[in-house]
Design a binder for this molecule. Structure first.
Ligand code: NAD
Length: 344
């Protein structure tokens, strides 16, 4: 397993492999870049099939956080952590206490938070061992509604740019994954009159959006080929790949999932197919923006900053058209300019 030569290493400042014999914790903490401030990014708990898979995930996610935080205008660097374990593990006290102790050894260079497979309760356990946890109960709390708000506004920006429309009323939108973020996203979309087609692998979550928002449920493998205006990936990453691209009928891809493109070249393929792509780390920044208000929490200020995602995306879409480049290239370039300026 290569680390320094890993294809996703991308000049990470620090990568920490953590093992605690007592609790059985196996984790990797990745700090990508701290030019703008301490690295902040969530902790994902997942049943990775290999250490290599976990390393690849944490490196890609961590780099994404650097770019996300920069473009969202936050004074925070990028990092991420993964715990290699079944997310349904029942005995979490010892595990997350051990995780918290490892976070503490970094002395504030990295702050962790909730992500896929972890909950606010887990974060509170780790917080007993370290002050360097974010998204705490009684402070900024669950980031998901803010991620959903940013994603909803990002979809509106894409529809405005491509179709000149100010409303989603009557548009068909497919949502893949109706978990924490997907549920709130569906709520916004439904309230604006969009028609929802949804999928998930968790039946109770599907039942909820079908009942509350009149969503049509399809099987997971059928979500790509739906005849919709917008496809919103809101489950896991890499769902835009060689197998799914030929199936897509949507002309917009805009959702909250991290690392939606299996490889960067899939951004170019989307462009070639005339599909407008909202870069994942731009559209899904609402949650981390909310976390950035953790101290002296102010929901109104947080909401106002999340709402800027709409304008940021319009800027990216317009520049991509003008320069005949992908939206991902434009977003990366804008983010890198901010990160490099902070280094000087
Ligand atoms: P979640 O775990 O609550 O929801 C994900 C949902 O996807 C679950 O309901 C799960 O059953 C479903 N799912 C998993 N595999 C699936 C498959 N193959 N087909 C269909 N559905 C499947 O997670 P979340 O917090 O809602 O996050 C969703 C995505 O958004 C993740 O990629 C996450 O990294 C990203 N994200 C979340 C936040 C946040 O604030 N929670 C912020 C930024 C990015």
């Amino acid at each position: 397993m290569a680390v320094f030569n890993h294809v996703s290493f991308d000049e990470h400042e620090q990568v920490v492999f953590c093992h605690d014999k007592e609790s059985g914790l196996k984790a990797i903490i990745a700090v990508h870049n701290t030019n703008l401030g301490p690295a902040v990014g969530g902790c994902r708990m997942w049943n990775y099939q290999s250490d290599d898979e976990a390393l690849t995930d944490v490196l890609r996610l961590s780099r994404g956080m650097t770019y996300k935080n920069a473009l969202a205008g936050l004074t925070m660097g990028g990092g991420k952590s993964v715990i290699i374990a079944d997310p349904k593990t029942q005995d979490r006290e010892a595990l997350f206490r051990a995780f918290g102790r490892f976070i503490n050894t970094l002395g504030g260079k990295y702050y962790s938070a909730e992500d896929v497979g972890t909950t606010t309760a887990d974060i509170m356990i780790a917080h007993q061992e370290t002050p360097y946890m974010a998204g705490l109960e009684g402070k900024s709390g669950d980031p998901s509604p803010f991620t959903a708000l940013g994603t909803y506004l990002g979809i509106k920006a894409a529809v405005k740019h491509q179709r000149g429309l100010d409303t989603l009323k009557g548009l068909k939108i497919s949502v893949q994954g109706v978990g924490h973020v997907g549920y709130y996203l569906c709520k916004h979309l439904h309230e604006e009159g969009a028609e929802l087609i949804v999928t998930d692998i968790h039946q109770p979550s599907l039942d909820r959006v079908a009942t509350e928002f009149g969503a049509t449920v399809v099987a997971p493998q059928d979500i790509y080929s739906q005849d919709v205006d917008v496809y919103a990936p809101c489950a896991l990453g890499a769902t835009i790949n060689d197998a799914t691209l030929p199936l897509l009928k949507a002309k917009i891809v805009a959702g909250c999932a991290n690392n939606q493109l299996a490889e960067p070249r899939h951004g170019q393929l989307l462009k070639d197919m005339g599909i407008l792509y909202a870069p994942d780390y731009v559209i899904n920044a609402g949650g981390i923006i909310n976390v950035s208000f953790e101290n002296n929490y102010d929901a109104a200020k947080s909401t106002a900053k999340v709402e800027k995602i709409y304008d940021t995306l319009l800027t990216i879409f317009t520049a991509a058209d003008a320069q005949n480049r992908t939206t991902g290239e434009i977003a990366d370039e804008m983010a890198r300019a901010i990160i490099d300026a902070a280094a000087k």
